[in-house]
Design a protein around this ligand. Structure first.
Ligand code: ADP
Ligand code: GLC
Length: 506
């Protein structure tokens, strides 16, 4: 179909501009939303996509829980609907808009969301035991909005993100009658929202849904599986990951279903918000720089070295890591490779938190090698900007990576990505092999398999490139001028939405 089929007659440019009455209405359902609440890249995507879709004529509203941080950021949110009882207490739906122009619907349910700290984890570090109810409630409200809860705004399509939104498609499909179309985007197949059979009844689905052709999954119920089974269309966040999840190696037990639905599944590579991530206008950097004038990047390198207590060595190749510390991210491989990497003229700047053994490993490495390794534990948005602004290269040695955003930020900041050849990392970085260098298309370094040895070889190749200032500068310039924004992805989502709308019964 023609790309502009069904486009409204007039598209207004700009972030969050008001849309026409005839615009396609999309309810985005997400547990995270940047800049209000974030544990990972899902928040960035859920925050940026509606703004990128607005100029294409999509009138999006985003439904998310009114966690304490969200309430605090949006004190003027106004009630637009309420229910007397949902999973143990009354709930209200609040309406608000962000400074950037995103329109939000906040599910205010203190008995479910009014909890301190990480949105998923109890203070013990374990998942909240009622997470299935917390996100079933979100999905139930998505269904109600889809069925006309708000008199002045009913979506044509409900777009869910990850397992937390998976049940929305199931509730809508099983309710019968006319309904909005549904799309589910998988950001990470590793998180599946699985509950034992005994908890199935709490999800409020008909008993018949507890079947292989439904939500049943390994003897329990899968909230992600529900969405994968019932949504009209599926997407994930890169073409390579879309293929990988159809294989037993990366399918996390769901590869059979992914293969069965391959015709309904697309991979759409994420962008980054190029206004939030812009080295020419980033207040967290020591000096602005750009592809046309990359030299001031050196000032942020010096600032980062000072901040982390590293030696002031402008000529040393500095690698950074900005990551959640989980098995997925392969951070342990860098620790394993460390003795060799320290044999090269390198510095390492590391920001991240997660698995205690990895935090301890980096704390010990930094203590043993002050001046060479700097480690900051925790989640620190401003420091993540300075890391990307100051380092020469960013390591992303993930065992699997649906898309990955830090390598895209690295490209934009001229911080060359050194990445495992998996998922979205494979799709977004062009390896600086001989042919790519000769053809002047390289933007970083890829390695495979995902082992410490291959990582060492990749760092070695990076050092060789770094030792050739002209080739390095040309690669940096190319990386910085790659299109990593949302425009292209937004067009693909629009096409996906149209495709889903053609499929919906009634
Ligand atoms: P994932 O969502 O799997 O964690 P992504 O690369 O898609 O991986 O997104 C991670 C996002 O979180 C990026 O915006 C990255 O900059 C940010 N991030 C990760 N760890 C930290 C941290 N410790 N401090 C600040 N930002 C972080
Ligand atoms: C997930 C994935 C990551 C992806 C992000 C946003 O957290 O782990 O690869 O970039 O979602 O889609």
């Amino acid at each position: 179909p023609a790309q502009d089929e069904g486009l409204p007659r007039r598209c207004e440019e700009g972030r969050g501009k008001k849309k026409e009455a005839s615009a396609m209405r999309v309810l985005s359902v997400t547990p995270e939303f940047f800049p209000l609440v974030k544990t990972g890249g899902l928040a960035d995507v859920a925050g940026a996509l509606p703004l990128a879709l607005a100029p294409l004529g999509v009138n999006a509203r985003t439904l998310l829980p009114a966690y304490p941080a969200v309430r605090a950021a949006l004190p003027d949110a106004t009630p637009v609907a309420g229910l007397d009882e949902l999973y143990g207490g009354p709930v209200r739906l609040l309406q608000a808009a962000t400074d950037e122009g995103a329109e939000l619907l906040l599910l205010d349910a203190p008995h479910l969301y009014d909890r301190p700290g990480n949105i998923y984890l109890a203070p013990t570090g374990s998942d909240w035991p009622d997470n299935h109810r917390r996100f079933a409630a979100l999905c139930r409200v998505a269904q109600l909005i889809g069925s006309g809860l708000l008199p002045d705004w009913q979506p044509d399509l409900v777009h869910g993100h990850d397992w937390q939104a998976g049940l929305a498609a199931a509730y809508l499909a099983l309710a019968g009658g006319p309904r909005p179309a549904t799309v589910l985007t998988v950001h990470n197949l590793a998180f599946q929202g699985w509950v034992p059979a005994a908890s199935f009844v709490e999800l409020g689905l008909p008993a018949t849904a507890f079947a292989i052709e439904g939500v049943e999954y390994y003897g329990g119920a899968g909230m992600l599986k529900a969405g994968l089974y019932f949504a009209d269309r599926l997407s994930t966040v890169s073409p390579t990951y879309a293929r990988e999840i159809q294989t037993p190696e990366h399918g996390m037990g769901l590869d059979g279903l992914m293969r069965a639905r391959a015709g309904d599944l697309v991979g759409i590579t994420n962008g980054i918000d190029t206004e939030v991530w812009d080295p020419a206008r980033d207040p967290h950097l020591a000096a602005p720089y750009s592809a046309a004038d990359p030299a001031p990047k050196a000032a942020s390198k010096a600032a980062l070295q000072a901040r982390l207590g590293l030696e002031q060595r402008p000529q040393t190749c500095m690698f950074c890591i900005v990551s959640r510390f989980t098995q997925q991210k392969g951070i342990d491989l860098v620790l394993e490779a460390l003795p060799t990497l320290l044999g090269y003229d390198t510095q390492l700047a590391v920001l991240g938190s997660g698995e205690p053994v990895l935090e301890q490993g980096w704390a010990a490495a930094a203590a043993a090698h002050p001046g060479r390794i700097g480690y900051v534990s925790g989640y620190d948005e401003p420091l993540s900007h300075l890391m990307q602004g100051g380092a020469d290269a960013i390591l992303v040695p993930s065992r699997f990576e649906p898309c990955g955003l830090t390598q895209l930020i690295g490209l934009r900041y001229g911080t060359l990505p050194v990445v495992a050849r998996v998922g979205g990392l494979a799709d977004t970085v062009i390896d600086a092999n001989e042919a790519a260098l000769a053809d002047e298309v390289a933007t970083g370094i890829q390695f495979a398999p995902v082992t410490a040895l291959a990582l060492i070889e990749a760092v070695h190749r990076t050092m060789a490139l770094f030792a050739n200032p002209d080739a390095w500068a040309a690669t940096v310039r190319r990386a910085m001028t790659r299109d990593v924004g949302w425009t292209r992805a937004a067009q693909h989502y629009l096409a996906l939405y149209r495709d889903a709308l053609r499929r919906v019964p009634g």
